[in-house]
Design a protein around this ligand. Structure first.
Ligand SMILES: [Zn+2]
Ligand SMILES: [Zn+2]
Length: 300
């Protein structure tokens, strides 16, 4: 069963869109395969503000955000992670508002060179946040929740009292999350999903697409979806498939050609995960986990 994806999303581009008391969304006009209709930036607060996910470096988006700010003091610019659709507007907004940029540690250039992903190498937070760090805006506590997997420096941000989580690219209602090795890591991603299940958030506001009203149920579906995919991949390996390309051609039927590379990266993430568990040897040869009976043969 696929997760309950929801693509109903009619937010206007580059205009303030109220979500709840003191939460306004501004949708950037950067639609792509992996951004859905674009990046959701959020303004949190009423008399003073934090901006969560400044978004891409588009003049129209920065203008729209500054109009939504409407002269109120901005105390923090919070970045979920340094992909190009999330962080590049941070420095410009910081200059315009005087607010510090905050986020997890930037990605080292040598590490970023290992990937073809769109990494924002200019991302340089004024304050580095780690898991459970918090700031208070307009009397509301916003807490950073480190959720690596999609990207090593991914943070979700929790509005503690209201039990609302800005879930970034970690959990999105319209689609699964791209896990692209080597910076993407499936084991870390699954651990991050399990960690979210220990929280009591009632609403997720992702950086792409619509809100998620029943987040625990949906997160469990996402975990189950990855486990099902793993079983499909193991079945392919047992039939003799060895490469991500071979596996994708077997299990992703009817895939749009431009998404084939992403599917292969996702399969590679699964292969890395199986390797880390000691289940995959050189040449992607699958070694099943010994069964209990094989480990402890019945004495006759
Ligand atoms: Zn991302
Ligand atoms: Zn994104």
């Amino acid at each position: 069963m696929p997760p309950d994806f929801n693509c109903n999303f009619d937010a206007p581009y580059e205009a303030p869109h109220p979500i709840a008391r003191g939460i306004v969304q501004v949708l950037a006009q950067n639609p792509k395969d992996y951004t859905f209709r674009g990046t959701n930036s959020f303004l949190v607060g009423e008399t003073e503000l934090a901006i969560i996910d400044p978004g891409p470096l588009l003049d129209s988006h920065i203008d729209a955000l500054m109009k939504a700010v409407a002269g109120r003091p901005v105390r923090a610019i919070l970045v979920t992670h340094s992909h190009q659709d999330h962080s590049p507007a941070a420095a410009a907004l910081s200059q315009l508002t005087g607010a510090p940029v905050m986020g997890h540690r930037p990605i080292d250039a040598a590490i970023a060179a290992l990937t073809t992903e769109d990494v924002d190498l200019a991302f340089a937070p004024d304050r580095e946040l780690t898991d459970q760090d918090s700031i208070t805006i307009d009397g509301r506590v916003i807490r950073a929740v480190h959720t690596p997997g999609h990207f090593p420096n991914h943070l979700c941000y929790a509005l503690e009292q209201e039990r609302i989580l800005f879930s970034g690219d970690q959990v999105m209602g319209w689609s699964t999350t791209v896990i692209s090795p080597p910076l993407g890591n499936l084991e870390h991603y699954l651990n991050s999903l399990e960690a979210l299940l220990t929280r009591e958030d009632r609403l997720y506001l992702p950086s792409h697409g619509p809100k998620i009203d029943n987040p625990h149920h949906y997160v469990r579906q996402l975990i189950e979806h990855r486990h099902c995919r793993e079983q499909q991949i193991i079945a392919c390996l047992q039939k003799g498939c060895r490469t991500p390309a071979e596996i994708v051609s077997q299990i992703y039927t009817g895939l749009t050609p431009r998404l084939v590379q992403a599917a292969q990266q996702s399969v590679q993430a699964h292969l890395d995960y199986l390797t880390a568990q000691g289940l995959l040897g050189p040449g992607n040869v699958y070694h099943p986990r010994p069964t209990e009976s094989a480990l402890h043969p019945v004495q006759s």
